[in-house]
Design a protein around this ligand. Sequence first.
Ligand code: ADP
Ligand code: ZN
Ligand code: ZN
Length: 812
Amino acid sequence: MLYADVVLPLPLQGFYTYIIPPDLPFTVKEGSRVIVQFGKKKFYTAIVFKIYESEEKQSPIKDIVSTLEDTPIVTPLQMKFWEWVSFYYMCSLGDVYKAAVPSALKLESETHILLNSDFEALEPFTSNEQKVFFLLSPDKPFSIAEIEKKSGLSNIIPTIKSLTDKKAIYINENIQNTYTAKTQPVVRLAKQFTEEELNNILDELSRAKKQQYLLSIFLDINKSDKLITKKRLLDETSISPSVLSELVKKGFLDIYDHEISRFDYGDENMDSAYMLNIHQQKAYTEITNSFKEKETTLLYGVTSSGKTEIYIQLIKDAISKGKQVLYLLPEIALTTQITNRLKTVFGNKLAVYHSRFNDNERAETWKKLLKDDEVQVILGARSAIFLPFNKLDLIIVDEEHEGSYKQQDPAPRYNARNSAIVLANMHNAKVLLGTATPSIESYNNALSGRYGLVRLTQRHENIELPHIAVINTKELRRKKQMKSILSPPLIDKIRETLNRKEQVILFQNRRGFSSMLECKNCSWTPHCTHCDVSLTYHKYQRMLVCHYCGATYNVPTLCDECKTPTLEFLGYGTERIEEEVNTIIPEASIARMDLDTTRGKKSYEQIISKFENNETNILIGTQMISKGLDFDNVSIVGILNADNLLNYPDFRAYEKAYQLMTQVSGRAGRKNKQGLVILQTAHPEHPLIKCVRENDYESFYLAQLEERRLFRYPPFFRLISIVIRGRDESLVENTSTQLAEALKQPFGERILGPSKPAISRIQSLYIRNILLKIENNASIQKVREMINYHQSVIFTNPAFKSILLHYDVDPM
Ligand code: ADP
Ligand code: ZN
Ligand code: ZN
């Protein structure tokens, strides 16, 4: 009998075994998709990991229900990588499968489907396809299970798959990612006219000047470009659509819907890469030399030193060898700026992969990588490490210090930077980590010789790094000069800047209006009823909002405790700053960029492009504005409250604060001249502020390293956080205490806790943490075995059934 061990898209440990019946539509292979039943009447797309022959009759095993295609969709290297992720990050293979593969490629009973109303059939449907297709609706999603029921058909996943391939239907996702129509109106000649006929037509139009003009421009473009969109034609001529309609009516032109792939980036133009300046050239040579000896190299290049151009050069090298490059960026830094830059150079050799593309498009990229050789550069966010590469030569991890490379929730809680290094190793590829503010871990690895180290200390065109002026807000407050969160010197500078028609960025790491409502009388503050946090006031919504679960509450007029109407707003969020700037400088045009203003699909890009075009003068934002943006008219940056950043209860707080302030500062004075940063703090003498001001990364690094050594943190120790959650607080407490006690047997004082985290209840679940600090040289295999063993012993107790437990390896 032939068996297959498969992975299901469920958080289940290990493999599940199914029989491979002889009569499936396609041959089952390792890495291919099969449809299996799991649980009552639920169907899933599983991935085959192992196929083997076995005589012994095993316990009741089900047959594989069906297959979807003849070729595997997961490569052997990917399977190996998934196994590593599941082992290292202590989660199930199913979790990795779920995170790695777009939904459209892993249909299951619970997948919801919508009809594509733009669909036009090119070939006849099978009778099953027809049945399913006519049951669907373009605006009301149905689950596959529901469709099965309504149609009376069983096992319709293969039918759903073929309809998805034909683009007749698609996977429903959240509203943000709606399916974008892929057609665009295109203008062409109504028929094949001769040269003479065309001249006659133009003459004929001499009384309709606008029509004549439009047609002549059209003919002009048509000489070089066969595909002229209606939009382009109207944009280039600035003529109204009615003129075009006239030409169509007269039978000269014709408009039709042309299908345009969102992935069509045109031809590459590798010569459009800039010539590297001498510093870049030197760094480039050092990197290529370093690659001869080291697997991983750190490029430590100050903001605006032109790291992107060096990456482009390295990508060109890989392409000329016929290889692939993966270029990773934090999600939020993946703006049109960088995409356009790479598009121009690499054209259709480029594929882009991140969450702003919908699932159907991500599935398309996956399939494209599997089948053709055209794509050689993949620009993506962290989940791009899971794509099916087959000739990977280099992984670039830009902004390597970014905490958002770590996935927090759900599992797999992987760090894409670190995983990329393992992935590269499996492919025999190199890794380049790039940043202006290296993480302590990476810089330590570079200094110790584990990684290569290349420095780039000059900004492009040798512009100086911004000057950082520190404003003592405590002093100003004492002198009663702080009338708002903007200090008088900052207000002056903003005015001067605007008078020069230059731009301003104001940074505050809190969104909302005020971070807290407090009773002047008794200090009571409203809290979320599901989470252990105070609520943030959002003035626009006139609501109190919990930033941990999103719950909203009406604003009370009386204090809950002492019943007096003495509630006041404390703290400044971006919304309140926007209001104050508006009052102080009413003539300025202001934009705000934070989580609240960027929920729409395009809003992020819109805010950026308006600022790029100088339509807005002042951009106020949270850390979102610090990421990889390159504006050329920003001469001052204000950091409104540096103290906010220093007060986090986290061993990485100073590291994050240093990185954030340096990155935000880096937005000032790019391109033509030195910029100015105004940093407001009540602690100007704080050592970290001093390091930021003097751009003294080395001192900052040494001080941090010493702390980490002293208190047993990375890079000297590895951390594994065990998170225990449940609705019943005493049960959570009880489980955690027992588990911690058990773990203390093998690990002794390496086990800390259980402790109540700073926010000890989120979404009605109580939380306890147990922290394991383990020496770097300990065997991770053994450590995992011990933890798993004690977990399974404790959880044999049926009383703990409702408790949730997960591991966070290398927590950030
Ligand atoms: P970094 O990523 O190091 O902060 P960027 O790659 O954004 O810096 O480069 C900063 C600016 O300098 C960009 O506008 C970029 O186009 C420009 N630039 C960098 N290198 C060159 C070069 N060799 N020739 C022309 N312009 C360059
Ligand atoms: Zn009160
Ligand atoms: Zn809450």
